[in-house]
Design a protein. Structure first.
Length: 278
């Protein structure tokens, strides 16, 4: 089953558009062990999410122990929640020959269903990531961080007209989507840009970070990002959920409550927009 179908099936089954970012920061974790931390999150949320998104930076920073924890986390998800897709938040991107090796690492070794990438080197450079129709990519299009506008909103020229850089990326994503396995990353605190990207890329999955800690507005993001035919959005939450517990004793319960509360808010917005789950 390809990523898009797997994502749609998980979303429908759990009535959820939530991806949880598994971003373990030892300074914030209540646990000493990364895998135990992730395992508890997965156990508490696997019936209320549509994806998990480990950010590789958090694991690479811990050296071999962090990478072993990532491997154990991926294998655990495959065991207890095999229907939930895993998005490797890697943001890899280089020339095409190098990207071929990145693709092997991300899709064959780590067994991610999808990954985030940079497409700064152009269309040809991302071809190795899209060769396998069963695996997907999310092109980093409009970031959620302060300062993203310094580059991503800059006006650039293409053969037809002049557009912001993020819009050019969205247009290129359409061209790259020959195997129906390309998506985009657009931050929740950029609703105007998100709406524009959706108009350019109907039907394409959009991963939306920036809800909560980064100040993104949930309802505006949902309204701007929803596709006309399918939901086709993934609302990512990391810090707002995984660091919400106040004690190890109640960790699973507090994680579960935080996830259910976000899911409820999302579903209220869907109902108000006439897009409730069937």
């Amino acid at each position: 089953m390809g990523f898009n179908n797997k994502l749609a099936a998980a979303s429908t089954k759990n009535k959820s558009l939530i991806s949880i970012g598994l971003d373990p920061d030892p300074k914030l974790m209540l646990f000493d062990d990364i895998f135990t931390f992730n395992k508890s999150i997965i156990d508490a949320t696997k019936n209320n999410v549509c994806a998990y998104k480990p950010n590789l930076a958090f694991y690479e920073a811990e050296g071999i122990n962090g990478l072993n924890a990532l491997n154990a986390t991926v294998q655990y998800i495959r065991t207890v929640a095999p229907d939930i897709p895993i998005i490797g938040d890697a943001k890899r991107g280089d020339i095409d020959s190098t990207n071929g090796f990145y693709a092997r690492a991300m899709f064959e070794f780590w067994d991610f269903d999808a990954i985030t990438i940079n497409a700064f080197s152009g269309l040809k450079s991302i071809e190795p990531f899209t060769e396998n129709p069963e695996k997907s990519i999310f092109i980093w299009c409009r970031a959620s961080n302060d300062g993203a506008e310094e580059l991503q909103d800059v006006i650039v020229s293409n053969p037809q007209n002049e557009v912001p850089y993020f819009q050019l990326l969205a247009e290129l994503a359409n061209q790259a989507n020959r195997n129906n396995n390309v998506g985009l990353v657009v931050g929740a605190n950029s609703p105007k840009q998100l709406s524009k990207v959706r108009s350019i890329c109907p039907g394409m999955p959009i991963l939306i970070p920036g809800i909560g800690a980064q100040g993104g507005d949930l309802k505006s993001s949902i309204e701007a990002g929803l596709d006309a035919k399918h939901h086709s959005i993934v609302i990512n939450s990391s810090r707002g959920i995984i660091y919400s517990p106040t004690s190890i004793k109640n960790f699973n319960k507090e994680i579960s409550v935080a996830t259910e509360e976000l899911n409820s808010l999302i579903n209220v917005s869907l109902n108000q927009l006439g897009r409730a789950w069937g």
